[in-house]
Design a protein around this ligand. Structure first.
Ligand SMILES: [Fe+2]
Ligand SMILES: [Fe+2]
Length: 178
């Protein structure tokens, strides 16, 4: 299963294909979740850095999908009875609520690990639905995935430079400041 997902990313229709682009982002955040599981309980700096990075990547990813992918999907799949994009927005909202909890949680606090674990499970569920339901339907649709991929790459560069400018010293939901 994992191999198939990775192969799809590498052999998709190129780096500008919107879905290959988003799948690569999914793999990247999964690596952070996996790395967190391997870090020692007493390595608080490493735990904090991994959570911060995951929150940043997820915040940018959520903005990209909500601004560009989901509206395109709602248009391309307007007649689909299989896909409900509204559900995806709600799942993003829930993940962002957990990201916001890290504004105040410190790695030594009770609940830090549990919050990250629940977040990784919610993200895992959401990513699976995107890759197994939404993305295949989009591939079959008339949606111009190449043009969408170019917009995603351009917007990501803008968001990343804004994030770099505001600094990434604090964890938490970055969607408000971007
Ligand atoms: Fe999503
Ligand atoms: Fe996604």
């Amino acid at each position: 299963m994992e191999a198939t997902k990775q192969d799809k990313t590498k052999t998709g229709s190129g780096s500008h294909d919107a879905l290959a682009f988003l799948e690569a982002e999914h793999r990247s955040v999964e690596k952070l979740f996996e790395a967190f599981g391997k870090v020692g309980d007493d390595d608080l700096d490493a735990r904090s850095a991994l959570v911060q990075r995951a929150c940043e990547e997820l915040s940018i990813h959520a903005i990209l999908e909500e601004e560009l992918l989901y509206p395109a999907a709602q248009e391309a799949l307007a007649d689909s009875d299989k896909i409900d994009v509204d559900e995806a927005y709600i799942e993003h909202f829930l993940v962002k609520t957990l990201i916001a909890k890290f504004e105040t949680l410190k790695p030594c606090d009770k609940g830090f690990d549990a919050t990250f674990k629940v977040m990784s499970e919610m993200v895992g569920h959401h990513v699976e639905e995107e890759e197994e339901e939404l993305f295949p339907e989009l591939r079959k649709s008339k949606c111009n995935l190449r043009a969408l991929g170019e917009k995603l790459a351009k917007r990501k560069a803008e968001l990343q430079s804004k994030l770099d400018a505001v600094g990434s010293g604090s964890v938490g939901d970055k969607t408000e400041m971007l």
